[in-house]
Design a protein around this ligand. Structure first.
Ligand SMILES: [Zn+2]
Length: 270
């Protein structure tokens, strides 16, 4: 599942392996993957551009290119990118291939077909993708407990839904939200307003640890070079309903909150 640890891992790999490389040609195999501009404009604009940097904002991979353009990639639930030799057999779920120099391809692969890509100037991209309305990054060094308190203070609603709202806080996907709330011992159905200062500190601490832990293990998916991340073995409750809670032994429960699968321990999350 592509959440922030997976996206961050790929962005770091791209920084290492794609920056300085040139896109010779772009092949769009699944036209719906190109969000904007048109497929023809997308491929034309990208020809002979050089990757200058690699950043992440929320779950967007943002790749500044020569010519004042930025290539944006959003992996949705299960997308990934891979750097492979041009000769390598294409998987049927390959959506876009950027043919780079040195006979290598950058390939966007998504078995569900939800991943999206776009290219434009920094301003166009920010506007069309709503980048400026995203909340603070949970991995930003400036994200402290006061920022979390401030972001939650202005919002009504259930904690789980608020934490998933990228305009409140950029960085938590469904899995990492459940794991953070479990780690903090907080019930996902609580309101933000009901959190004590001690609970806010625990939640802030848990978010940081869950994300940093996921990144340290290089996520749960394959990285840019095809190596499998190890973070899947670190999940405590996500998709483990009926299994014993690692902290108290009670059975992990499942419910849906705001249309999202939610896993929690009814015994030790209050
Ligand atoms: Zn428990």
């Amino acid at each position: 599942m592509a959440e922030v640890p997976e996206v961050e891992t790929l962005v770091r790999d791209l920084r290492e392996a794609a920056v300085g490389r040139t896109i010779r040609e772009t092949e769009v195999l699944q036209p719906a993957t190109v969000r904007f501009p048109t497929v023809d404009e997308f491929t034309t604009l990208l020809t002979d551009r050089v990757f200058l940097e690699a950043h992440r904002r929320a779950k967007y991979m943002l790749l500044p290119l020569s010519g004042d353009l930025v290539l944006a990639i959003h992996l949705a639930l299960w997308g990934t990118v891979a750097l492979v030799p041009t000769q390598q057999t294409r998987l049927p779920e390959t959506a876009i291939i950027w043919h780079l120099d040195q006979e290598e391809d950058l390939r966007l692969i998504d078995k569900l077909g939800y991943a999206r890509s776009a290219v434009g100037s920094p301003d166009v991209l920010a506007e069309k993708l709503g980048l400026d309305s995203l909340g603070p990054e949970a991995l930003d060094p400036n994200f402290d407990v006061d920022v979390l308190a401030r972001q939650l203070a202005r919002r009504r609603g259930v904690l789980k839904t608020l934490l998933l709202n990228q305009r409140v806080l950029a960085g938590l996907g469904n899995r990492d939200t459940d794991e953070s709330l479990w780690s903090a011992g907080i019930d996902p159905r609580r309101s933000a307003a009901s959190l004590t200062s001690d609970e806010l500190i625990r939640l802030h601490d848990a978010i940081g640890k869950v994300l940093a832990g996921g990144i340290a293990l290089r996520g749960t998916q394959r990285d840019l070079f095809g190596r499998k991340g190890q973070a899947i073995h670190r999940r405590n409750i996500f998709e483990k309903s009926g299994e014993p809670c690692p902290r108290c032994g009670a059975r992990i429960a499942y419910l849906r909150i705001g249309g999202r699968n939610t896993f929690y321990c009814p015994n030790c999350q209050h």
